[in-house]
Every structure is written in structure tokens, then in C-alpha cells.
Design a protein around this ligand. Structure first.
Ligand SMILES: NC(=O)c1ccc[n+]([C@@H]2O[C@H](COP(=O)([O-])OP(=O)(O)OC[C@H]3O[C@@H](n4cnc5c(N)ncnc54)[C@H](OP(=O)(O)O)[C@@H]3O)[C@@H](O)[C@H]2O)c1
Length: 280
């Protein structure tokens, strides 16, 4: 495993396992498989309703807690200092741990300043080793970064070969914040797994399209958290540390950047009305 240093000195594994849309009933088995295959970073969230299953798998693995890197995120309906605090206690209870390695504000809605103050408190009292945000685009990120005590260590964004976040990464570099890739395989969109360019580059190294797409991220210092419920694919996705994409291939992959900022527009009316409908 390769590691990436965060702005507070903590090292994050370059690759982890994500559990968005992994059914709570299946999640413990999936995380156990992922651990057995070698994953030590697990990315969950209050919203995914599977923190307890993650906690069970980690505890039952028999591997010491220090070897894991557990990420969770405070959901919008728990925004604000007091609610975020209560929800953090609940997350730690479900995860069966005294601390998380990375604690994020999931989306820039609600009283996320209050939520962030709870994160700062958790960092200070050892319940989080690093803190950050997710889906904070330029305006919200810039605004938050100007008014908090602790700079976010991470901004977890939709990042993959088709959405490379080059502009956001430039902005983040000003605060020492690292981008972390959700949807690192574009959730299969744009024919990711059968993409001719990814496959052709992969053929040079004896690797698949997913391995090329994931290597492209980690080689640029972007931690990625691919999701799959299939153990064969878990093995495939983590098997990216025995090759290096050469400069020519990196340059070709950079040309695949179809929509730099990602495919989800948080300022879009449809998305806004979905958020309002949740009545947080
Ligand atoms: N912060 C946020 O707002 C946010 C948003 C979305 C996701 N995330 C995090 O990021 C993680 C990953 O993102 P994601 O799940 O949206 O997308 P993703 O990892 O890019 O893609 C997942 C999809 O790819 C398939 N897949 C995985 N490996 C494969 C392989 N080697 N060959 C063929 N198909 C493969 C999976 O299907 P199978 O499961 O059937 O294999 C699933 O349909 C999530 O699990 C979550 O932890 C965070």
C-alpha cells in the first residue's frame, strides 16, 4: 500500500474500500472480504446506514484498530454543533471505536459551520485523527476555509478520469487540502470498464481499465475508495501497486477529462429541491 500525507501529518492509505449503496445486510460480509483482500481504509457515512456493519467487520477481523483507517461523514440532517455532536457519538457507537481516522462534513448544506466546529472539537479531543469536508465546491470551500480554525485535510469529491477536478485541486492546494476521490471509476459511466483508451493503456501493463483509472488517481496523490460487492473485483481494484503509468500515458489519460467539476451540480434546481424535500 502507498500512503499520502495530509496537512496535519497523518498518512492516509492511497486506496480504500467504499460502501455507498452496500446494503446493511450485506455490508459486514463485503467489508470482511475487503479486509481479507488487504483493504485497511473503509469509507462509510451516516447516510449509508451501514456504519454498524463496518464496525462489526472491523472488530471481528481480529486486526488491531490502529491498522485501519476509518472514514465517516456527518449527514445534512445532523448539521449544527449540537446535533452533529450527538450524531458523532452515535457513529462511534455503531463503528465500535473511540475514534475515526477521518471525519467529514458530507455535503455543504444546513448549518455546516456548526458541524465543522464539532469536527474541530473531535480533532482536539482525539475522536478524529483528521477532519475535512466532502462535495464542497469553490464558493463553499473558499468561504469555509476563510472562517475555520483548522483547515480541512480532505475535500472528498467526485474524481475520476472523466472528472479530474483540476481546478478544484488547484484551489485546494492553497490550503494544503487534499482531494479524495469518490466515484473513482465514474460509477461505470462513460463506458468506464470497457473504455477503449483505458483498455489500450492497460494492455501495455497487463492491467484492466479499472486498474488504470485507479492508478491514474493514486499516482497523482489522490486517495481513492472504489466500491464493489464482488470479492474478485475487490482484488482487481487493489492490485495497482506493482506498476507505474508512464508520462505519455498520464498525458493521454488527462485528455479524457470530459467534465472537470464532476457530473453532480449542487447549485442545480433539481438537486436543491431534492435536498429541501429531505426537510433537514
Ligand atoms: N462523499 C460523497 O458524497 C460520496 C458519493 C458517492 C460515493 N462516495 C464514496 O465513494 C465510494 C465509491 O464511489 P461509488 O460507489 O459511487 O462509485 P465507483 O466506486 O466509481 O463505482 C462503483 C461501481 O462499479 C462497479 N465495479 C467496481 N469495481 C469493478 C470492476 N473491477 N469491474 C467492473 N465493475 C466494477 C460496482 O459494481 P459491483 O458492486 O456490482 O461490483 C459499482 O456499480 C462509495 O462507495 C462511497 O464510499 C462518496
Amino acid at each position: 500500500m502507498e500512503y499520502i500525507s495530509l496537512n496535519n501529518g497523518i498518512k492516509i492509505p492511497a486506496l480504500g474500500y467504499g460502501v455507498f449503496k452496500v446494503d446493511p445486510s450485506e455490508c459486514e460480509r463485503c467489508v470482511t472480504d475487503a479486509i481479507n483482500v488487504g483493504y485497511r481504509m473503509i469509507d462509510t457515512a451516516q447516510f449509508y446506514a451501514n456504519e454498524e456493519a463496518v464496525g462489526n467487520a472491523v472488530r471481528k477481523s481480529g486486526i488491531s484498530r490502529e491498522e485501519f483507517f476509518i472514514v465517516t461523514k456527518i449527514w445534512i440532517c445532523n448539521s449544527g454543533e449540537a446535533k452533529a455532536e450527538e450524531s458523532l457519538k452515535e457513529s462511534l457507537r455503531k463503528l465500535q471505536t473511540d475514534y475515526v481516522d477521518l471525519l467529514l462534513v458530507h455535503q455543504p448544506f444546513g448549518d455546516y459551520y456548526g458541524t465543522y466546529r464539532t469536527l474541530e472539537k473531535a480533532l482536539a479531543d482525539g475522536r478524529a485523527r483528521a477532519i475535512g469536508v466532502s462535495n464542497f465546491y469553490a464558493d463553499r470551500f473558499h468561504d469555509l476555509a476563510c472562517h475555520v480554525k483548522v483547515m480541512p485535510a480532505i475535500n472528498q469529491l467526485e474524481t475520476n478520469v472523466f472528472s479530474q477536478q483540476t481546478e478544484m485541486r488547484e484551489l485546494l492546494s492553497q490550503t494544503g487540502t487534499k482531494a479524495m476521490a469518490w466515484g473513482p471509476m465514474a460509477q461505470g459511466k462513460e463506458n468506464f470498464f470497457d473504455h477503449e483508451v483505458l483498455k489500450a493503456i492497460g494492455a501495455k501493463y497487463g492491467k484492466t481499465a479499472s486498474q488504470v483509472g485507479l492508478r491514474f488517481l493514486v499516482q497523482q496523490g489522490i486517495p481513492a475508495i472504489p466500491k464493489t460487492t464482488d470479492v474478485k473485483r475487490m482484488k482487481e481494484n487493489i492490485d495497482i501497486f506493482d506498476f507505474v503509468l508512464d508520462e505519455e500515458d498520464m498525458t493521454i489519460l488527462m485528455t479524457l477529462n470530459l467534465h472537470d467539476k464532476g457530473t453532480r451540480d449542487y447549485t442545480d434546481l433539481t438537486y436543491a429541491s431534492r435536498i429541501i424535500a429531505q426537510k433537514f
